[in-house]
Ligand binder design. Sequence first.
Ligand SMILES: CC(C)(COP(=O)(O)OP(=O)(O)OC[C@H]1O[C@@H](n2cnc3c(N)ncnc32)[C@H](O)[C@@H]1OP(=O)(O)O)[C@@H](O)C(=O)NCCC(=O)NCCS
Length: 228
Amino acid sequence: MNSISLAEFDNNWYKPGRSRPTQVLWFLVGLPILRSSILPFSSLRRCLLRIFGARIGRGTVIKPGVRVKYPWLFVVGDHCWIGEDCWIDNMGPVTLGNHVCMSQGAYVCTGNHDWSDPAFGLMVNSIQICDGAWVGAKTVLAPGVAINEGAVVAAGSVITRDVPPFEVHGGNPARFLRRREIKTRRSGEKDLRPTLTRGRGQSSQPDASTALDQSHAERSVYVVTGGE
Ligand SMILES: CC(C)(COP(=O)(O)OP(=O)(O)OC[C@H]1O[C@@H](n2cnc3c(N)ncnc32)[C@H](O)[C@@H]1OP(=O)(O)O)[C@@H](O)C(=O)NCCC(=O)NCCS
């Protein structure tokens, strides 16, 4: 009979790339500090990750609750945003380009199993999220995928295939939804965000000069920026 025996599972070949004491120190000290809210600033979280071997660029915002399995396998470019409760489960390298936004609760999964192997063998892949991409809240990125430049992954999606540049994909399994068109700024114009805001009991109208797609503007109630 063909049967699976997890007792036969052997991952001794897998080496995460740092000594056991470093791994234990990260697990017992570094990770709890990274995840907690006691570090008020992203700069301190960036610093902590760098101490443990991550390469983190300038201006990257890292919110509380972020979990990183192995910081030394984590490379992040400049001006990225990593939202609350993102889980970088990086048994293999995870690389973010510049200006990447990962929204709340995204799960980046690099470990896998050979389900045809009676011993359920471990497989490890890398994941790449390229410049300007947006990974929506609560998405799952399966091992080995690439989110190419400027691509958007809709909230709650499961990505099992690469997402081509400047395409919006969503669903489970994710499918192509539309092209991502980036508006061009007129000279001197700083910000193309909708100005329709509702806060502290006030409301305002969308600024026609932004030339935004009206349906987007109508649905935009609050304008949220990525600062700390
Ligand atoms: C994808 C998203 C960006 C909307 O893009 P959009 O171009 O305005 O999309 P629309 O609302 O016009 O919908 C276009 C299509 O995508 C589908 N769609 C939108 N969001 C989807 C999602 N999360 N999953 C699956 N399909 C989705 C719509 O059903 C629609 O399908 P249809 O053409 O078959 O009717 C938005 O839905 C989203 O997921 N944003 C992420 C929000 C987030 O993570 N926020 C974090 C806090 S800042």
